[in-house]
Design a protein around this ligand. Structure first.
Ligand SMILES: Cc1ncc(COP(=O)(O)O)c(C=O)c1O
Length: 390
């Protein structure tokens, strides 16, 4: 028998676990205190965790499965996707070091670098969102300790040549940390492409149901993992057993949801491209979109989120479009089963070099609804956009 695919392994890890009559899902173990049979057993780690701050059953299984997906030696769970970015940076950068990252970085990660790291002696340098590999490498200095990669980047979805960057950084002793939320640990495996630390917001596609916050951190080199594990231990961060259980349930169906949502996203994106109100759709999985060649070369699937650049317009028209939608929720997240829309033009002002776009920028996340219904909804939205501008 050939090795089972991820899709099969995620199921088989539940149905082929243990022997005897048993539930498919592991129990939710809610515990701070774990009791022992004898004083001598209390510190015996071979009997499992000694205190509830260590991961209990669902979290342990989730870690194991995520590490397997990522091709990692180990993976850790943290209370949010943001924490998955901030913990490795806290662990790996020291006062005097510099972090290099994209100008299109996820806003709260950028805020962390400025406010938290900046006041603790770690500086940040930003490369242009659309920088070439050579341009990024030219921005490395003797002080650069970490290249923080987000590809595709937030809101404008620029793609980077991750394997080339990872190889060049390793040769120069610079560590690479990649926010791979878009690839969901599924369509892209950063560690296999030479990245040192792969992080993602489990909140999004893995959890998949918009009902919890969590992040994961995966490494292949124990020397890189040790300071991360110690930082987590020192900070006292763990995830709640119920959240781990829900995320584990989400993980079982990740490959199917991810693939189906990408299929729908492509249908909706193609339709939008044919509309006169739309200047362009920024979606690396779309032929003609920036980053399409890198996506084709490196990715085995796509997230279902993209930027929608309108032909001109203003905030009032964008709000009219959004208000006319009945199926797209107005909410800040993605990766769940439901479609969402946000208006993002204002967010670009926080960048050093905001891109010059043809018009207002919206972000669409495509869920598991029927794409034909989503298109009918967007048709209503575009009619409201037109009415607001006339
Ligand atoms: C690219 C990216 N990374 C990290 C996060 C943070 O995830 P969380 O909301 O779980 O903190 C987000 C959330 O939107 C995101 O878009």
């Amino acid at each position: 028998m050939t090795d089972p695919t991820d899709r099969t392994r995620l199921i088989a890890s539940a149905t082929r676990r243990g022997r005897g009559r048993r539930p498919v899902a592991p129990p939710v173990e809610r515990a701070s205190t774990l009791l022992n049979d004898a004083p001598g057993a209390m510190r015996d780690e071979s009997q499992g965790p000694v205190y509830g701050i260590e991961d209990l059953s669902a979290a342990r299984e989730l870690r194991t499965l995520l590490a397997g997906l990522e091709g990692a030696a180990d993976a850790w769970l943290v209370p949010s996707g943001l924490a998955a970015v901030t913990v490795p940076l806290t662990a790996l950068a020291r006062p005097g070091d510099e972090v290099l990252t994209t100008d299109a970085l996820y806003g709260p990660s950028r805020r962390f670098l400025r406010r938290h790291m900046g006041t603790r002696g770690v500086t940040t340098a930003f490369h242009a969102a659309a920088a070439t590999t050579d341009g990024i490498l030219a921005a490395l200095t003797d002080r650069t300790r970490v290249l923080l990669i987000e590809s595709p980047a937030s809101l404008t979805f620029e793609m980077l040549d991750v394997p080339a960057l990872a190889a060049a950084c390793r040769a120069r002793g610079v560590l690479t940390v990649m926010d791979n939320t878009w690839g969901a640990g599924l369509a892209f495996r950063p560690l296999a492409h030479g990245v040192d630390v792969s992080v993602q917001a489990v909140t999004k596609y893995v959890a998949g149901h918009s009902d919890l916050l969590m992040g994961s951190i995966a490494v292949s080199d124990p020397a890189v993992g040790r300071p991360i594990a110690e930082t987590l231990e020192d900070l006292g961060w763990r995830v709640a057993p119920d959240d781990a259980w829900l995320a584990l349930r989400g993980l079982r169906t990740l490959p199917l949801r991810y693939r189906e949502q990408a299929r729908s996203a492509r249908i909706v994106a193609d339709w939008l491209l044919g509309r006169p109100e739309v200047a362009t759709v920024v979606y690396p999985a779309l032929p003609g979109s920036p980053g399409y060649e890198l996506w084709t070369r490196d990715y085995d699937g796509a997230a279902s989120i993209f930027g929608l650049v309108m032909n001109g317009g203003d905030e009032a028209a964008a709000h009219a479009l959004m208000s006319a939608l009945a199926l797209f929720g107005l909410g800040y997240s993605w990766g769940g089963f439901e479609s969402l829309v946000t208006h993002e033009t204002g967010q670009l002002a926080g960048r050093n070099s905001p891109p010059a776009l043809a018009g207002e920028l919206l972000r669409l996340h495509i869920g598991l609804e029927d794409p034909a219904d989503l298109i009918a909804d967007l048709e209503r939205g575009l009619a409201a956009w037109g009415a607001a501008l006339s």
